[in-house]
Design a protein around this ligand. Structure first.
Ligand code: 4AD
Ligand code: MG
Length: 445
């Protein structure tokens, strides 16, 4: 029996007869030759059909096969420098062809389609080369994140999606009717991980999170995946070291394993090769100064307006964007005003108006991909913050308990998968970095 192979491993089978199971991506021909581009989910290969080698009726049928028809091809793997495909340089000298399903006329053609049309057909769009490359990079990013954490002594914990309390502000909560009670979809797993560290030391959760974001930007989704490590006996400096090592590792894995995919996306990898830790650390105060300097120096009136900033406000996308353009690596911005950040963040010693928070901003204008902080470990201080933010103390009873029994300095962060993938892959909008995006305007398909 001929072996069924994955196209991604084709280099190992030169000279051998193999079988490929897949779908027709494109087809061209001339005279006695027909070239079928076949994709199997792991790659794309050119199957060469030579008329004298096949039954005449089959050759003629193959010439008119619609795109996306399902095929099983048997043939010999040949090296050919000029053969397109992923990986390139290989083709199949076809001995037999079985048509498993003749596709109906496929709606996504090589011509340009509008993005709304493509999103409406997302269940089909994911088969396209660029989308395929992007989602393979996403899988590598997710695996590399886990790999690094697992290697460094973190334990994966799951945290609930149905939650009785707000973790990240009350303005972006999705309400759920829980048998008559009002509860929410999780905005974060952090608070539960703060409980988990007291049982396991270093933990992370990794799953979908939900925010009723009314903002229609290129960085906001209503459902996104977040990786959230949490570490006992770790301060803000320790946290930044973990973040920069983790991100450098993920970029390195993508460069190693996803070179073909990055090339399909026309990503300038020289920019990714510059991502090595340590990353620059800039205080919020300095960041405000830098933004003001950019404002003074620009002649672009619109940008001047967008970059308006007063001390105390959180940064928006234009601020982050301009700031990151000054650096090759991601940067840390730490010490944000407490009023602009979440209730659980540890105040700065002797400067309670700022807190031990840190955001990581990705270069090339991508902006925030990670938000994190040292957490308040003192019971009374945490109670005070909960009251100041007018949060319901009752819902946080268990969270306050963590400050009663062996409370220690601890820190953690949340990394947004879609924003991280968008940056590494060099894609403009986060919606394409997930198979089935959920945004303000779309929950179909
Ligand atoms: O900065 P955020 O809101 O931090 C937290 O939720 C913390 N509880 C995390 C923690 O410390 N454990 O969100 C973290 C990251 C952001 O930096 C961003 O990458 C991503 O999650 N993110 C979003 N991504 C896509 N769409 C949205 N609406 C997002 N909101 C946050
Ligand atoms: Mg944030």
């Amino acid at each position: 029996m001929t072996q069924i192979i994955s196209i991604q491993n084709i280099a190992n089978y030169v000279g051998e007869e193999v079988m490929i199971q897949g779908w027709l991506y494109a087809s061209t021909g001339k005279g006695k030759l027909q070239f079928l581009q076949v994709r199997d989910g792991t790659g794309i290969v050119q199957a060469v059909l030579f008329k004298p080698n096949l039954p005449e009726a089959l050759f003629d049928a193959a010439k008119h096969l619609p795109q996306e028809s399902a095929l099983i091809i048997r043939g010999t793997v040949k090296q050919n420098e000029r053969a397109p495909g992923v990986p390139s340089g290989y083709e199949i000298d076809t001995a037999s062809l079985q048509v498993v399903h003749v596709s109906e006329e496929y709606p996504i053609t090589p011509k340009e389609h509008g993005v709304e049309f493509l999103l409406e057909n997302r269940h089909l769009w994911i088969r396209s080369r660029k989308q395929w490359a992007l989602l393979r990079i996403r899988a590598t990013v997710m695996r590399a994140l886990r790999e690094w954490l697992d290697k460094h002594g973190f334990l994966e914990m799951t945290t609930p999606i149905l939650t009785p309390a707000a973790g990240e502000g009350t303005s972006t909560l999705f309400e759920v009717d829980y048998f008559g009670d009002k509860i929410y979809l999780a905005q974060t797993g952090q608070l539960y991980n703060e409980a988990n560290i007291y049982a396991f030391g270093k933990v992370y959760c990794f799953g979908p999170t939900f925010r009723a974001e009314k903002s229609k930007t290129r960085r906001h989704m209503t459902e996104f995946w977040m990786l959230e490590p949490e570490i006992a006996f770790c301060d803000l400096d320790g946290l930044m070291e973990i973040e920069e090592q983790l991100i450098s590792y993920v970029v390195e894995r993508c460069l190693d394993e996803r070179a073909n995919e990055l090339q399909i996306l026309e990503r300038d990898i020289s920019l990714l090769q510059k991502i090595v830790s340590p990353f620059p650390r800039i205080s919020y105060d300095e960041a405000v100064e830098r933004i003001n300097k950019i404002r003074e120096e620009t002649t672009d009136v619109e940008l001047k307006k967008l970059l308006e900033v007063t001390w105390g406000q959180d940064f928006g996308s234009p601020h982050e964007s301009e700031l990151t353009k000054q650096f090759d690596c991601p940067i840390f911005v730490y010490g944000f005003p407490s009023a602009a950040k979440a209730f659980y963040m540890e105040p700065w010693p002797n400067r309670p108006e700022i807190c031990k928070s840190v955001d990581m901003l990705a270069p090339e204008g991508y902006g925030e991909i990670i938000g994190g902080s040292e957490r308040i470990s003192d019971l009374n201080l945490l109670l005070k913050r909960i009251h100041e933010e007018k949060l319901p103390e009752e819902a946080f009873k268990w969270y306050l308990d963590l400050r009663r029994y062996g409370s220690v300095v601890h820190s953690g962060f949340g990394l947004g998968v879609e924003r991280t993938v968008a940056w590494i892959a060099g894609i403009h909008h986060v919606r394409e970095t997930t198979p089935f995006p959920r945004t303000l305007g779309r929950v179909y398909p």
